[in-house]
Design a protein around this ligand. Structure first.
Ligand code: ZN
Length: 75
């Protein structure tokens, strides 16, 4: 079940909503308004191409696990 993030058009506050079915009425928890925009950027982004790499940003040329050639003190 996906959680969507919305921004209320009435009070401009963001909120998240677990959507059980597409026919479900979405109302703002703050003001109860039914006008909102669906935010797509936060939730459904595949992380690999987004530039957020999990590898070390600099000096990771050796690729030797946790230890760099200069030593990290774990041995
Ligand atoms: Zn609202």
């Amino acid at each position: 079940m996906p959680i969507y993030e919305y921004v209320c058009d009435d009070c401009k506050k963001p909120f998240e909503k677990l959507v059980m079915s597409q026919s479900e009425k979405i109302t703002c928890p703050q003001c109860g308004g039914r006008h909102h925009k669906l935010q797509l950027s936060v939730i459904a982004s595949p992380s690999k191409s987004a530039g957020g790499s999990s590898s070390p940003a600099s000096g990771g040329a050796s690729g030797g696990g946790c230890c760099s050639p200069s030593g990290c003190g774990c041995h």
